[in-house]
Design a protein around this ligand. Sequence first.
Ligand SMILES: NC(=O)c1ccc[n+]([C@@H]2O[C@H](COP(=O)([O-])OP(=O)(O)OC[C@H]3O[C@@H](n4cnc5c(N)ncnc54)[C@H](O)[C@@H]3O)[C@@H](O)[C@H]2O)c1
Length: 242
Amino acid sequence: MIDLTGKRALVTGAAGGIGGAVVARLRDAGGTVTGTDRTASDGHHSIPGDLTDSAFCDSLPERAREVMGGLDILVNNAGIITRGPITDATDDDFARSMAINVEAPFRLCRAAIPIMAEAGGGAIVNVASCWGVHPGPNHPIYVMSKAAIASLTQCLGMDHAHQNIRVNAVCPNEVNTPMLRTGFSARGIDPDTAIDTLNASVPLGRIAEPEDIADVILFLASDQARYLCGALIEANGGKPVQ
Ligand SMILES: NC(=O)c1ccc[n+]([C@@H]2O[C@H](COP(=O)([O-])OP(=O)(O)OC[C@H]3O[C@@H](n4cnc5c(N)ncnc54)[C@H](O)[C@@H]3O)[C@@H](O)[C@H]2O)c1
């Protein structure tokens, strides 16, 4: 049984599919959680803001520390997906994806690590993607952004272990969240029908639900993962990237 009593966590993308499940899991385990998203995600310790705002990112860990009286866990979960080949990509597609998927976690880690180090340690969990370790077709901007966060995880996992700060990532394949569903809707495909088809492509028989990923994040954030530093945990139901 994972016990986060006394632990204080900051979770980005808290209003999203995986983020909402992470907030619930961390709180169920006894943790105190500050969620952040573009709008207030719930009534508890919510700090709304836009992660493309560099000043917001730079100040967020300290604000969360003030609100909760400390900061032991950071979950870099917020992300966006830009679809299509590079020849369809705009400058804005590139800039937004890099700002939200890469620069925001960079800024949040940079600001959170000294706070954690001063307190004797902490845990950072990044949400990368299986596509960050095995590139898939026709999503080059998303794939490179997730490769960057996977690499950042491995680098920081090495660099900050000596401060008792563990940095790890979960790398999901498809998860049943608004990110996946709105992608189908935008292409004129019924999400439920598309997910039935996707379920049949997974050896375990179904794509992930947000809670399947939140449980991995909960583990990585907890002392049960005390010897993991820089690990990229693939959560894919047995389905390779195709
Ligand atoms: N759903 C999948 O199939 C899947 C697979 C692999 C990895 N992931 C990753 O999981 C993470 C969570 O995705 P999800 O599926 O829950 O998607 P989601 O769209 O449900 O949630 C993402 C959240 O991030 C927030 N966000 C986006 N841009 C923001 C900004 N500029 N400022 C503040 N918040 C912002 C959104 O408001 C949203 O609540 C992402 O990093 C995603 O890349 C998802």
